[in-house]
Design a protein around this ligand. Structure first.
Ligand code: NZQ
Ligand code: ZN
Length: 395
C-alpha cells in the first residue's frame, strides 16, 4: 500500500428535502449574499429553484440567480459569473446541478479569490490554494464534484484551440453538499446512464493501477462497482425508484472523493482520452469514457492480466480460468461492454457520434499526451502514437 492523504471536509446533507436546508446552512456560516448558479430550465419547471429561494429568504440571505451553464462548462461564462459576483458583492456561491454547474461554481470561486487570468490556472501556468466559499445541491448522480477536489472547464484558448482541462486542489471541495435523490427523478435516461458509467469509471481508473496490497481499497471498490452495475438499470426501469437513486447518488460521491484511491497512485488516462473528445465534439462526459475504455483496456491489459482477471471475477462474475487468466481478463472487458450496451451507452466512437478525421485524431492524441508532459498512464505508459492508435481502434 502506498502512503496517502485522505481529506474529505465536505458536509453531506443527504435525503429527502435536503435542498430546503441550504439557507440555514449558509447563514450558520455567516455569509450574507449568495449567487445561485445553475444550467437550464428544469430547476424552475420542477419547482426546485423556488424551494431554494424560499430556503434562502427564510434564513435572511440575499441572492442573485446566474443560470446558463452548459454541459462541459465554458470558461468565458465563468468569467461573466466572476464579474457579476464582484458587481453584486457576493460572498458565497451555491452551485445547483451536475458536474457542469458545480465545476462552473468552483471556477467562479477561484476567479473571485484570485487576480490572475483563470485560463492560466487551468492550462497549468499558475497554481493557487485560494478559493471563495462554495456549497452545492446535486441533481445528478455522476461526477462526484460535490465532494471532489476537481474543477473541470472547457477553454476557448488564445493559441491552442479548445481545451478541456482541470485544476485539482483540496480547497475546491465544497463546504457542503445537499443531496436529495428525488431531484434526480427528472433526469433524461441518457444522463442517468452516462452518470452511472462515470461513477463506475472513477473507481475503475483508480482500481487499474499497479499498486500491491490494497485489499481494503479493492474490496470497497468492488462493492461500489457491483452496486452501481446493478442500480443503473433499476433507475432506468423506474426513474422514481428512490432506493436506486439514493444508492447511485451516494456512490457518485464515494467514487470520486478519493476513498477508492487510498493506497494507490493513479492518473486517470481514460478521462484524459475522453476529455479530448468532449473538447473537440462536445461529447457527454460519461459516454466519452464508455466509448473508449474497452479499447484502452484491450491495449494495456497485458501489463497486468491478473488485475483485469480479478475485475472480471469480482465485478462481473466471470468464472476464473486458472490456466489462462488472460482469457478471463478479456471476458471481463467484454462483460463491461455488454453492460454499457444494456444501459444504452456507446462502446465505440461511431456509437458516440464522434468520427474524427486523421488530423483530428493526431490533434487529440497530442493534446492528451501533453497533459502528462508527453506520456500518460501509470498502469501502462502511453505516448502520442499509442493514444492515436487507441482513438483509431475505438472508431
Ligand atoms: O444544463 P442543465 O440545465 O444543468 O441540465 C443538465 C445537463 O443538460 C441535465 N440535468 C442535470 N440534472 C438534471 C438534469 N436534467 C433533468 N433533471 C435533473 N435532475 O443533465 C445534463 C448533464 O449535466 P452535467 O452537469 O453536464 O452532467 P455531469 O454531472 O455528468 O457533469 C459533467 C461535467 O463534469 C465534469 C465533466 O468533464 C463535465 O464537464 N467532471 C467533473 C469532475 C469533478 N469536478 O470532479 C470529475 C468528472 O470526471 C468530470 O470530468
Ligand atoms: Zn468522470
Amino acid at each position: 500500500m502506498e502512503n496517502f492523504e485522505f481529506y474529505n471536509p465536505t458536509k453531506v446533507i443527504f435525503g429527502k428535502g435536503a435542498e430546503t436546508r441550504v439557507g440555514a446552512e449558509i447563514a450558520s456560516r455567516g455569509f450574507k449574499k449568495v449567487m445561485v448558479h445553475f444550467g437550464g430550465t428544469y430547476l424552475s419547471e420542477t419547482g426546485v429553484l423556488d424551494r431554494i429561494h424560499e430556503s434562502l429568504k427564510t434564513a435572511g440571505i440575499e441572492y442573485v440567480d446566474f443560470g446558463g451553464v452548459v454541459p462541459n462548462p465554458r470558461l468565458s461564462h465563468v468569467k461573466e459569473g466572476v464579474a457579476l459576483c464582484k458587481k453584486e458583492s457576493i460572498d458565497f456561491i451555491l452551485g445547483v446541478g451536475g458536474g457542469s454547474a458545480i465545476d462552473s461554481s468552483k471556477a467562479i470561486a477561484y476567479g473571485l479569490a484570485n487576480e490572475f487570468d483563470l485560463e492560466d490556472l487551468f492550462v497549468g501556468k499558475t497554481t493557487t490554494t485560494r478559493i471563495a466559499p462554495v456549497g452545492c445541491i446535486t441533481t445528478i448522480a455522476a461526477t462526484g464534484s460535490e465532494t471532489s477536489n476537481s474543477t473541470v472547464v472547457t477553454i476557448e484558448t488564445k493559441d491552442r484551440g479548445i481545451l478541456k482541462r482541470s485544476y485539482n486542489h483540496d480547497c475546491a471541495r465544497p463546504l457542503f453538499a445537499a443531496m436529495n435523490p428525488e431531484l434526480t427523478y427528472t433526469l433524461p435516461d441518457y444522463q442517468t446512464a452516462s452518470g452511472g458509467a462515470d461513477i463506475m469509471m472513477h473507481t475503475m481508473e483508480r482500481y487499474f493501477t499497479q499498486a500491491k496490497d490494497v485489499e481494503l481499497s479493492d474490496r470497497v471498490s468492488e462493492g461500489l462497482l457491483v452496486t452501481v452495475r446493478d442500480t443503473v438499470g433499476k433507475a432506468l426501469k423506474n426513474p422514481q425508484d428512490y432506493e436506486a437513486r439514493a444508492n447511485l447518488m451516494w456512490a457518485g460521491s464515494l467514487s470520486h472523493n478519493g476513498l477508492t484511491g487510498t493506497g494507490r497512485i493513479n492518473d486517470f488516462p481514460v478521462h484524459k482520452i475522453g476529455h479530448e473528445l468532449s473538447a473537440m465534439f462536445d461529447a457527454t462526459h460519461g459516454a466519452s469514457l464508455t466509448a473508449t475504455w474497452a479499447t484502452w483496456a484491450k491495449s494495456v491489459y497485458k501489463s497486468n492480466p491478473a488485475r483485469f482477471a480479478r475485475f472480471a471475477v469480482k465485478v462481473f462474475g466471470v468464472e476464473l480460468n486458472f490456466d489462462n487468466p488472460e482469457e478471463t481478463a478479456l471476458a471481463g472487458i467484454e462483460a463491461w461492454e455488454r453492460w454499457c450496451k444494456s444501459i444504452g451507452m456507446p462502446t465505440t466512437l461511431t456509437e458516440l457520434g464522434c468520427v474524427p478525421t486523421e488530423a483530428q485524431i493526431e490533434e487529440m492524441a497530442e493534446k492528451a499526451a501533453s497533459t502528462g508532459g508527453g506520456r500518460i498512464g501509470l498502469f501502462h505508459s502511453l505516448d502520442k502514437k499509442d493514444l492515436a492508435d487507441i482513438y483509431r481502434r475505438a472508431l
